[in-house]
Write a protein that binds this ligand. Sequence first.
Ligand SMILES: [Zn+2]
Length: 286
Amino acid sequence: MERKQHFSVPGHPAMTSMREIIRFAHFLVLFFFVLGCDSSRDSTRRQGGVALSFDDHFIEEWYQFAPVLARYHAKATFFLSCPTPLSQKEVAMLRTLQQAGHEVGYHGTIHGNATLLLRNEGAEGYLNTEIRPGLEYLRAAGFNPTSYAHPGGNHTARADSVLLAQGFTILRDVAKAERSIYGLPLYHIPPKYHPFVYYSAGSGPGVDALLIDAEANISRNEIREALVKARDTGTVLMLFGHKPLHSAPKPDEYGFQISFMRYLVEQADSLGLRFYTMSELPALPR
Ligand SMILES: [Zn+2]
């Protein structure tokens, strides 16, 4: 799926800017609220963890990348957008990933804009266009996803309600460490300061995961600090990316560098963090 479309926000550019600013303002309010909280007082804290997920339709690339995860006993969730029936080869690769402990989640049929689909076509139209076709392809191939990642991070309360009624138990949105408007940097905030991307038992079903593609410019030190926070607070850090890349992304590519992900899972493993798939999170005991 083209990168521009993936993170596009509908509406006039001025409206897009306003939404970015409002979103940033919301972030700041909660950011300072969380800074004022001292979670270190919880003496019965659980073991911290990390929940990795990967979006879109890079089945072969994910399959080839999976040994990096396996080396550190890391599990992940692969949120698959599914516009056509899966080939036998794709089914075989996804089954192998699932048998290795990974989860196959769902990321829509057309990777559309939920707000516009619901506004223009209603709930039935949204279901018939975005949800049902791809889900039927997946079910025909033997997969029954219970987690959903909103395409482009776009959703509404109505979309969430429709998806929960379909049986999904966790709905994943998008958080970004870095944003810009008209090419001008707006902010870069290290992952450890993003309160929404740390899952505590009982959170959800709507959750945010932080983008860790190369475009997010998250340093190794920043990601390690974020993992240490998950360990120290007994929470689960939720992160997501797209295509595994062997080098810096070309102009038409979007994804994460494999060397960065190798560092991330190695650090998580050495810090004693548990790896969770997304559907395991709502099942965590409080
Ligand atoms: Zn996507």
